[in-house]
Design a binder for this molecule. Structure first.
Ligand code: IDC
Length: 351
């Protein structure tokens, strides 16, 4: 081989090498772009689900704390009544809330008396199956889930205490190994009911749950649609891992209820906002953004868990989905109601 041949060979080798490098570069670019097109849930899975991060929760003083003893703030969305809008109990919808809204908790609202309620002619087997379906979906997604015995018309929880006992017996047995399940035993006592009635009821239901699940978090309402936490603080229940719910609708409930919340916390009451809206208490009417912001500041200051009302497209202000959108998952921003947009933005702003 003379000098020219060698040069020629070296030249060809160089060319081949740079071609190889180029091909390699192409392959790597293709692979990385495919990876970055992965769905947000794949990205989420890599980040850990809410339950993987926080694990079993417990009540410590006025706070809800996670497996590492750190204060945890649940950010939830409540379904509308399960009989009214059963289609929204679906895994894809919950996943959208988890991945696109940063929601870590779902509340399954099962009315007891209103429209096809559990104690007013509703199909009990179907309703229980729907609760189980919702818990399963939330569990698979690593989300916390609240089983809500949604009393409303039946102002006194003692009205259906026997049905409640049987229901919570069955549910707590079913979910005894699932630490992401929270029990809300009476949505909103109201009318002539007293705190002592609610206490009497809670003292019948909590032991039923505790028998199957020693440490589950239990949420308890109070008279005046779960606003009378000042009554509960005078005579709290004697169980561990119990929190007291406080519900607000920003256009209706303002300083007086925020002041009450602050005072009750100071007195040592653990409070969980298991339902709120930023419109008025009818679930409709105008949004009060100024008051909503006041609530937001207070809730974030104390890291209080909060669950908004409601996951449906009903033509009312509190529905999170626009009434013109019939999708039950993968909602675009433009398909959300004004309340939905505001709440999503708040929830997304959290780590
Ligand atoms: C409302 C629903 C509405 C339904 C009504 C039935 O938004 O579509 O027709 O219940 O009575 C609550 C209750 C919750 C209410 C909501 C708004 O827990 O069930 O939902 N609200 O009125 N407490 C305060 C407000």
């Amino acid at each position: 081989m003379d000098n020219n041949d060698r040069k020629e060979r070296e030249h060809i080798m160089k060319k081949c090498k740079s071609k190889l490098v180029f091909i390699l570069y192409l392959v790597v670019t293709m692979l990385t772009s495919v990876a970055s097109v992965g769905t947000s849930s794949e990205v989420y899975a890599a980040k850990k689900t809410p339950f993987k991060t926080h694990g079993t929760l417990k009540v410590k003083g006025t706070n809800l704390v996670d497996k590492n003893g750190k204060v945890v703030q649940l950010r939830g969305v409540s379904t509308h009544g399960l009989s009214w809008f059963p289609e929204y109990v679906n895994k894809a919808g919950f996943k959208t809330l988890r991945d696109d809204w940063n929601v870590n908790c779902i509340r399954l609202a099962m009315y007891t008396e209103e429209y096809a309620g559990y104690c007013s002619g509703g199909n009990q087997a179907e309703l229980k199956a729907l609760v189980k379906k919702g818990v399963k979906a939330a569990t698979e997604l690593g989300m916390y889930v609240i089983v809500d015995w949604h009393i409303l018309n039946d102002g006194n929880p003692l009205t259906h205490v026997n049905e409640a006992k049987a229901f919570f017996q069955e549910m707590s047995k079913e979910f005894k190994k699932q630490d992401n399940v929270i029990y809300e035993i009476c949505n909103e006592p109201n009318g002539s009911v007293t705190w002592s009635d609610v206490k009497k009821y809670a003292n019948k239901i909590i032991p039923v749950i505790r028998k199957n699940d020693k440490n589950a978090i239990v949420l308890v309402g109070s008279p005046t649609w779960s606003q009378d936490t000042h009554e509960a603080v005078k005579s709290p229940l004697k169980y561990q891992n119990v929190m007291y719910t406080l519900h607000f609708y920003a256009s209706t409930h303002k300083d007086f209820l925020r002041d009450r919340l602050k005072k009750c916390r100071k007195q040592g009451l653990p409070i969980f906002i298991s339902e709120f809206g930023i419109c008025d208490a009818s679930g409709n009417g105008a949004i009060d953004y100024k008051e909503a912001n006041e609530w937001k500041k207070l809730i974030d200051k104390y890291k209080i868990s909060h669950v908004c009302w409601n996951l449906s497209n009903k033509a009312e202000t509190s529905s999170l989905i626009s009434s013109t959108c019939s999708k039950i998952s993968n909602w675009k921003y433009s398909e959300l109601s004004n309340q939905g947009k505001w709440i999503r933005k708040w929830m997304k702003s959290k780590k």
